[in-house]
Design a protein around this ligand. Structure first.
Ligand code: MN3
Length: 202
């Protein structure tokens, strides 16, 4: 069964002024759609074409560039849309808050570590908050469309929060000011969704 471009749970302009509507529209309908289409083409007729994306990435042959790039792109963007919320109603609380404070000392120190990972990822890539079995959290970054589910990539574990730092994610609104985009991202994080992913992945 082919993968489908997931629908957003909000309108393209719902994250303004933090992320502009034009960026969201191109990012979702062009970039994410392209990864989805190319992933399906790469999987068609292979033994993995009915597997879950998590299973495909977890057992990935890293020399398979088509599945690595497009499977990563499909998964990463699907997560990215879900961990944002225009209403920003969720608050960091409960066991995820405890885990973040245990690892980083405070929310502000976590924000600093995550922002630094995102700002210093050279070129295109992603920064992540991941959970390991047992509940410990970790921040890391990956180049291109790699992610921590892939064998031997960065911090491992299950990504529960991610920010796209490819220029296509922010250039229209922020040009070269990646740190401003990263800071704005913190205004639209859907902590309820991140907590749900933490509970499932710990
Ligand atoms: Mn992108």
């Amino acid at each position: 069964m082919a993968f489908e471009l997931p629908k957003l749970n909000y309108a393209y302009d719902a994250l303004e002024p933090h992320i502009d509507a034009r960026t969201m529209e191109i990012h979702h309908s062009k970039h994410h759609n392209g990864y989805t289409t190319k992933l399906n083409a790469a999987l068609e007729g292979t033994a993995q074409e009915n597997d879950s994306i998590e299973s495909i990435l977890g057992s990935l042959d890293m020399s398979n560039g088509a599945v690595r790039n497009n499977g990563g792109g499909f998964y990463n963007h699907s997560l990215f849309w879900d961990v944002m919320n225009p209403n920003n109603k969720g608050e960091l609380s409960g066991e995820l808050k405890d885990a973040i404070e245990e690892t980083f000392g405070s929310f502000d120190e976590f924000k600093s570590a995550f922002s630094k990972a995102a700002a210093t990822q050279f070129g295109s890539g992603w920064a992540w908050l991941c959970v390991h079995k047992g509940g410990k959290v970790e921040v890391c970054s990956t180049p291109n469309q790699d992610n921590p589910l892939m064998p031997g990539v960065s911090c491992g574990g299950t990504p529960i929060l991610g920010i796209d730092v490819w220029e296509h994610a922010y250039y229209l609104n922020y040009q070269n000011r990646r740190p401003d985009y990263i800071n704005a991202f913190f205004s639209v994080i859907n902590w309820n969704e991140v907590a749900k992913r933490y509970a499932a992945g710990k």
